[in-house]
Design a protein around this ligand. Structure first.
Ligand SMILES: [Zn+2]
Length: 70
């Protein structure tokens, strides 16, 4: 079992309002979203692709991500 911290990424589809919540580790976030300021998501209900600022989807990660910059 991994003891790695998981971050909660939350977003709601702008079209149908269906919300999605993911719990990802730091590596998974980097792999999936890169270092861009927006997260790209696909709605599981209506398949709409949309993006959301990382600071809204996961304020915790956004904060730690900034602190790691040098
Ligand atoms: Zn949707």
């Amino acid at each position: 079992m991994s003891s790695q911290k998981r971050y909660r990424i939350e977003a709601a589809c702008p079209q149908c309002g269906c919300s999605s919540v993911s719990h990802l580790t730091k590596e998974e976030i980097r792999k999936r979203f890169g270092d861009v300021p927006n997260v790209e998501l696909e709605c599981s209900a209506c398949m709409l692709k949309y993006s959301k600022p990382m600071k809204e989807a996961c304020p915790e990660w956004d904060k730690e991500c900034r602190m790691q910059e040098d």
